[in-house]
Design a protein. Structure first.
Length: 492
């Protein structure tokens, strides 16, 4: 049978409570019995001292032990009336305890215990074990001759002197026995044990009554979070969980809400991505279709110029598809990189040389300020780095005004290579700078020319830089245009 989380929590709480209550019960019983035994032992010691005092007075009053020896009833009465709180009144079973031979003391179990003696002594084998303190006392004279008692048990007894007029006139022998020997004490201890057990059972039942709703409350929050997770898995990204506490469950609810927001943004981005791709592909296809239909209808003559225009549109569409493929492969982590130790500045110089004619046509002055010192190398893919640099250089060619300027500064900061591409006007509004590397993002300012691309070039640049464990950021240039900062890790 599969237990639910609520049942598991209930069982765990109940087991913990039961263990704590059982431990408390054991400690309470041990503490109570230890304290009660100490109290009873102190009371018995006081009773023994009272018996010794009474015996000393008896010895002085009678001038010896003969009167007490000849009167067993007097001996028994003296013992029982020495008990604290007796008020000189003997117990009802005193008469039954006097049965037997005149000088035999304590009474045997068969005579005292079975014939009305205290029930406590019937639990033990001998006449002293389990008997009240009075049945465990024996009297000896000054020469240690037995007056009341059994010689066979004298070896187990503790002798206490009886003093009169500064001399030892006798001995009181105390036989060993349990500390709790009175019927009332035994019943009191039994009642306390029963009370402790009842209290412990009541505590466990109360804990069970409290643990059940507590487990239900805790699992209710878990069920809410589980339901939200299922809703998110089914595509309901507007699902939210109410945060009602600051504990771990509250933090989990906040995390689920943040996950829902992230999934919603991802879904929105996916839909926007599909819409942007459709739009970007529709435009060149519509142009191609229009030109072809014009040629078919004879509106436009089939000349080499028309064929070159169709070829140019096809090349633009091909570049767009290639860019989309690069971004898709980068998202999947499948974009191929063959990294070796390369010099980025050498690659950059080659790209500048390849595009020198185009920069000259637009009268854009290009300045490269490399860092002094030894060559700077990184672990990178030369082909992808060339793609990165050419995208940035092409952006300058497309958007910078004729007669402008491009300054490229290369520097070293610790173990990092920093490349800064700064061009002249026009610039990019500050609100558009954070989104400049997003796919299909276009600036609605003067840099958005008819010659602009699909808005994928800088997105591809970011993917290449991040694949090289670097970062790329855009800021306003001091020259009036755009400044792109690339930070890449250097090889040792």
């Amino acid at each position: 049978m599969r237990l639910t989380l609520r049942a598991k929590l209930f069982v765990v709480l109940l087991i913990i409570t039961g263990a704590v209550v059982a431990g408390m019960l054991a400690v309470m019983q041990w503490s109570f019995e230890r304290g009660f035994v100490s109290l009873v032992e102190a009371r018995q010691q006081a009773q023994v001292k009272a018996v010794i005092t009474r015996l000393a007075d008896e010895y002085v009053a009678a001038g010896g032990w003969q009167r007490l020896r000849d009167d067993r009833a007097r001996w028994a009465h003296l013992l029982f009336t020495s008990r604290p709180g007796s008020h000189d009144r003997a117990p009802r079973w005193l008469g039954r305890a006097l049965s037997g031979p005149p000088h035999q003391w304590p009474p045997h179990r068969g005579r005292a215990g079975a014939r009305g003696g205290p029930p406590g002594d019937s639990r033990h084998a001998g006449p002293a074990r389990g008997a009240p303190l009075e049945f465990r006392l024996m009297l000896l004279d000054a020469d240690r001759r037995l007056l009341f008692g059994e010689a066979a048990r004298l070896a187990d007894a503790e002798l206490k002197p009886i003093m009169a007029a500064g001399a030892t006139v006798g001995w009181l022998a105390v036989l060993p026995g349990p500390a709790i020997d009175e019927l009332a004490d035994i019943r009191f201890v039994a009642r306390q044990r029963q009370t402790f057990v009842v209290i412990a059972a009541a505590m466990v039942l109360l804990a069970a009554a409290l643990a059940l709703p507590l487990a239900g409350a805790m699992t209710r929050r878990v069920r809410e979070i589980t339901g939200a997770a299922r809703a998110l898995a089914s595509g309901q990204f507007d699902t939210r969980v109410a945060v009602t506490s600051g504990d771990e469950l509250g933090q989990l609810a906040r995390d689920v809400n943040e996950l829902a927001k992230a999934l919603a943004r991802t879904e929105q981005g996916r839909r926007q991505w599909v819409a942007d791709i459709s739009h970007e592909l529709r435009t060149p296809l519509a142009v191609l279709r229009g030109e072809l239909e014009a040629l078919q209808d004879g509106v436009r003559p089939l000349t080499m110029a028309a064929i070159d225009s169709l070829h140019a549109d096809t090349l633009r569409l091909h570049r767009l598809v290639d860019d989309l493929n690069d971004l898709a492969m980068s998202d999947l982590g499948a974009l191929s990189y063959r990294k070796t130790a390369v010099e980025p500045l050498a690659i950059l110089r080659e790209d500048l040389a390849a595009l020198a004619g185009e920069f000259a046509d637009r009268q854009i002055d290009v300045t490269l300020e490399p860092a002094p010192g030894p060559s700077l190398r990184i672990n990178g893919d030369s082909g992808r780095l060339s793609q990165l640099f050419r995208n940035l250089l092409t952006n300058t060619l497309r958007y910078t005004d004729v007669g402008g300027r491009l300054v490229i500064r290369a520097g070293r900061s610790g173990d990092r290579l920093q490349l800064v591409f700064s061009d002249t006007a026009p610039g990019v509004p500050a609100d558009d700078l954070p989104q400049l590397f997003e796919r299909f993002h276009r600036v609605d300012a003067s840099r958005n020319r008819a010659s602009g691309g699909a808005g994928l070039g800088l997105a591809i640049c970011r993917s290449i830089v991040e694949a090289h464990d670097g970062s790329i950021t855009a800021t306003a240039s001091a020259l009036g245009g755009l400044s792109i900062l690339i930070d890449l890790p250097l090889l040792p």
